[in-house]
Write a protein that binds this ligand. Structure first.
Ligand code: ARG
Ligand code: MN
Ligand code: MN
Length: 324
């Protein structure tokens, strides 16, 4: 399928209004440094590229949010989760910030931060899309990991391995300050969720994927069919008439291209395959929001710049930069 270069987005009132939220948060996992990613991405010129090359009107408050003011003073483990109240407070706040952009019809770009922040970005986008268009959206989750552990199935207790469980309602919690704020209108449908790039899925997660009939394309599937066919199948599953939120974990890429990330797994996507996925999603004209997460510039002195560069490239491709 070939499409026009300047795509009129199907689900946005304007093709050039973009809201940016920079999330300097690392509490969903244990390695410091992932909070520095938004600044590294911005310093490498991402916002200027969005404005000048891609001609977006960028609405950005100029801040990398660390949310220090809403972090609880005491945050003991709860149901096996590490820092449950902190991650809950931050993602709730982010949900509001993303909702604010999305409800005004802007494309929303969220720069993480670890992948726990997708709880906020996806909840906020879904709520706005429901209100604006009365629909459920699809989520394309590009990752080496499925991030669908419930607090009970997780070995690590790290919440960046759980966002999809909370977003789909497979994990639920009544306590307001521990994800009880996630309401039905913010949740996504397991039937509209598609994974690409999986290669390190926990035993409990495999069971969850199987039992819920969740569509997932592993690296094995990509080797077997090629990335072109896999994207046809993934987008075919979602269908033409559905807004899409793309959540891109940079560890989906092989460490050769993105070494500076907290949980690298060998045998991943090439740089071109990653860009290709983003381009195919851009081509649909249905993309309404994008997360780029898990870039950790402090982990690999050598590979940090390269990882940041790969991240910027994914963002530009998802916004249509490389389509002719
Ligand atoms: N967003 C990520 N990088 N997630 C890695 C998750 C790893 C592992 N499955 C866990 O639950 O802890
Ligand atoms: Mn991952
Ligand atoms: Mn992830």
């Amino acid at each position: 399928m070939t499409s026009a270069p300047t795509l009129q987005p199907k689900f946005l009132p304007s093709k050039n209004e973009l809201g940016l939220v920079a999330v300097g948060f690392s509490g969903g996992q244990c390695k410091p440094g992932v909070d520095a990613a938004p600044m590294a991405l911005i310093e490498s010129g991402l916002i200027d590229q969005l404005k000048n090359d891609l001609e977006f009107n960028v609405t950005y408050d100029g801040e990398v949010h660390a949310y220090a003011d809403i972090m609880p003073s005491s945050d003991p483990d709860y149901r096996n989760m590490k820092r449950p109240k902190g991650v809950s407070a931050v993602t709730k706040r982010l949900c509001d910030q993303v909702y604010e952009h999305a409800s005004k019809g802007r494309f929303v770009l969220t720069l993480g931060g670890d992948h726990s922040i997708a709880i906020g970005s996806i909840a906020g986008t879904q709520k706005a899309i429901r209100e604006r268009l009365g629909r459920e959206m699809a989520v394309i989750w590009v990752d080496a990991h499925a991030d669908i552990n419930t607090p009970e199935t997780s070995d690590s207790g790290n919440i960046h391995g759980m966002p999809v469980a909370f977003l789909t309602g497979l994990a639920k919690e009544d306590k307001q300050d521990t994800f009880g704020w996630i309401k039905d209108e913010m949740r996504i449908n397991t039937k509209k969720l598609v994974y690409i790039g999986l290669r390190d899925v926990d035993v409990g997660e495999k069971k969850i994927l199987r039992e819920n009939g969740i569509r997932a394309f592993s690296m094995h599937d990509i080797d077997r069919h090629g990335i072109g066919k896999v994207m046809d199948m993934a987008l075919g599953w979602i269908g033409q008439d559905t807004p899409i939120h793309l959540s891109f974990d940079v560890d989906a890429l092989d460490p050769q291209w993105a070494p500076s990330t907290g949980t690298p797994v060998r045998g991943g996507l090439t740089l071109r395959e990653g860009d290709f996925i983003a381009e195919c999603v851009a081509e649909t004209g249905s993309l309404v929001a994008l997360d780029l997460v898990e870039v950790n510039p402090s982990l690999e002195a050598e590979g940090a710049a390269e990882t940041v560069r790969a991240g910027c490239s994914i963002v530009r491709c998802a916004l249509g930069d490389t389509l002719l």
